[in-house]
Design a protein around this ligand. Structure first.
Ligand code: FAD
Length: 278
């Protein structure tokens, strides 16, 4: 039986070694019976073939695969072709995103925001795909205000998205507040928290600076204090993320989406401590 609303995200590997590593990680995570595995997509189409290859492998292993699809820098014709390929490959779920233009890429293409992509997919393919969209409990970095961002999130739901996955965060209150605000606007679709296990502090700090996810000061200071002692950082991070997940699930979160960075063990450790594998 699949664990409903438990999912794992991968990026498409670039090398043969990376493919083998991901295949192993996937095998280990498959034992946890997730609802689906998702695979990221480089904005501008840079990973188009590798994303397709990875989702095709996942499907062949008997699991639901959800490719991410970002529209920035793309044309309708491009997106239509990708949708047809996914439909032909038996894909039923897509994570629909705007994406961020890679530096040096001048044109925004024919889509400006993710709500336009959701609308386009619905017009082209009806209800064939279950559409996930991104949500930002700590506010998207380019949003003019929290209210604007919330209303922009609602546009994606109104355009036909079925559910959402959040950017990662370490402050559960931001998630509960966001869900409350959505409910006030009549949004009842599941909003699944995105969970980032803590594996390497430097990497996490870099990601967080660019995507607008906050690492609270006390967490930064504690992890900085561990210096090169990665084992202590991981133990600290594991305990913290387990507590976060417990709080989220107890508070009514409909599930968890793990950003795996193609590594199984950190997610498995969290999963086991949560008692989800029973
Ligand atoms: P949008 O929902 O379009 O929002 C982008 C910004 O524009 C926000 O500030 C919003 O408030 C504003 N906005 C939205 N609609 C409007 C409107 N109609 N008018 C005016 N302003 C508007 N990136 C990748 O490149 N590949 C991936 O595979 C990928 N996967 C992701 C998965 C998840 C779960 C998450 C949370 C993010 C992912 N990202 C990925 C990152 C994402 O592409 C970036 O965060 C990007 O900056 C925004 O994408 P979006 O779909 O949220 O955009």
């Amino acid at each position: 039986m699949r664990n409903s609303h438990i999912s794992f995200e991968f990026f498409p590997p670039q090398t043969h070694e990376g493919v083998e590593k991901l295949t192993n990680a996937r095998r280990q995570l498959a034992a946890l019976n997730p609802e689906f595995f998702s695979v990221t997509f480089g904005a501008g189409g840079s990973t188009r073939d590798r994303t397709l290859e990875t989702v095709t492998q996942i499907k062949a292993e008997g699991f639901e695969a959800a490719p991410h699809l970002s529209c920035v820098g793309s044309t309708r014709e491009n997106i239509r072709a990708i949708l047809n390929t996914y439909r032909d490959a038996g894909i039923r779920r897509i994570v629909a995103l705007r994406g961020d233009l890679p530096s040096g890429m001048a044109t925004a293409g024919e889509f400006q925001y993710a709500n336009e992509l959701v609308e386009f997919i619905r017009n082209e393919t009806g209800e064939h795909f279950h559409l996930e969209v991104a949500a930002y409990p700590e506010i998207h970095p380019q949003a003019r205000s929290a209210r604007d961002d919330l209303l922009n999130f609602k546009r994606k739901i109104d355009a036909g998205a079925n559910s959402a996955i959040t950017q990662y965060f370490y402050n559960a209150d931001s998630y509960f507040h966001f869900v409350d605000e959505c409910q006030k606007l009549g949004i009842t679709s599941p909003i699944v928290p995105g969970i980032m296990p803590i594996v390497r502090y430097s990497q996490l700090a870099r990601f967080s600076d660019t995507c607008g996810a906050e690492i609270p000061r006390w967490m930064r200071k504690t992890m900085e204090g561990y210096g090169d002692d990665n084992e202590s950082i991981q133990a600290f991070g594991r305990e913290l993320v387990v507590k976060l997940c417990e709080k989220l699930l107890k508070g009514g979160a409909p599930g968890l989406h793990f950003y795996t960075l193609n590594q199984a063990l950190p997610c498995i450790a969290i999963y086991q401590q949560l008692g989800l594998s029973k």
